[in-house]
Design a protein around this ligand. Sequence first.
Ligand code: ADP
Ligand code: MN
Ligand code: MN
Ligand code: MN
Length: 359
Amino acid sequence: MFFCACFTAKPIANPNKTTTKMAKYVLEYLWLDGYTPVPNIRGKSQVKEFASFPKLEQLPEWGFDGSSTQQAPGGSSDCVLKPVAIYPDTTRRNGAIVMCEVMMPDGTPHPSNARATILDDEGAWFGFEQEYFLVQDGKPLGFPQDGYPAPQGPYYCGVGYKNVGDIARTIVNEHLDLCIDAGINHEGINAEVAKGQWEFQIFGKGSKSAADQIWVARYLLNRLCEKYGIDVDYHCKPIKGDWNGSGMHANFSTAYLREKGGKAYFEALMAKFAENVAEHIAVYGPDNHLRLTGLHETQSIDKFSYGVADRGASIRVPHSFVKDGKYQGYLEDRRPNSQGDPYQIASRILKTISEVPLP
Ligand code: ADP
Ligand code: MN
Ligand code: MN
Ligand code: MN
């Protein structure tokens, strides 16, 4: 009898209950520091256990030393990292990249947190065209140690060693794969007008998505280049003279622009952009006067203009926009430069749009 009681007291396994096997995930938390006029991307890793690739809601907040990033005084240095987007990182076993907003300990956005200033709008879409130079030993790839390579002309979408060198294409293709693996809405790449200059394009639906993805794509590019001993120069005019600068054209649309539009609304919108030139230029990246000269497919920094298919205008209006007199679709603001913070750029564009009453 005694034996029997002992036997029945043992817990009976529930056949419906499956045991979850936990695995360790390496989470790279990214955030923007407090440097001005443009922030830098920072990242650090933490290891956490999950049953499967974590969802955003499962990610804990984390902290960092804001006194090392120009975001807090040493005496009260803790800043909070609030996860806002997660991407797989195939370069690491069970790896993930976690884009974060920087918050104050009381839960309000840190003053450096430009993402928090972007109006929430699911109907807002952005497409950014990020241009940049790959540099080694202080020179764009393919520039001789003294002097200059052959003038611009053959490099744009060029092929062959004399046009793109021996390593750049390996890097940009690897970067493209990394972005696609991360689920980034990467749209394509091209060799640009200057030697050593490249572009990638990223598109996102929702007011913050494309900007998040640009920052993660910049991070992936910078990190990838480490192993080649190469740096990415995002400055908008790294080489003086007859060499193209780097931009980050901001293509944008709202649900109203795509679905209703119309000439009167478009003209009211452009009048509002014209009123806010200084406010826009203030967040379109540093040293933009060196790039927006009126040459090299740009408008001068002190002028505002728009035009159909006009690459010398501040805002280029695609042919598709004016087709059949509809004034519907997206517009391209050509002024933002390669070093601009896409959060600040998206925030300003949507603010100006919000100041125009809908008919
Ligand atoms: P170009 O170099 O001629 O300016 P690209 O093809 O490099 O043109 O870039 C065009 C950009 O416009 C892409 O990033 C694309 O995502 C973006 N775009 C296209 N349609 C829309 C839209 N409806 N709203 C916002 N952006 C858009
Ligand atoms: Mn382009
Ligand atoms: Mn370009
Ligand atoms: Mn463009």
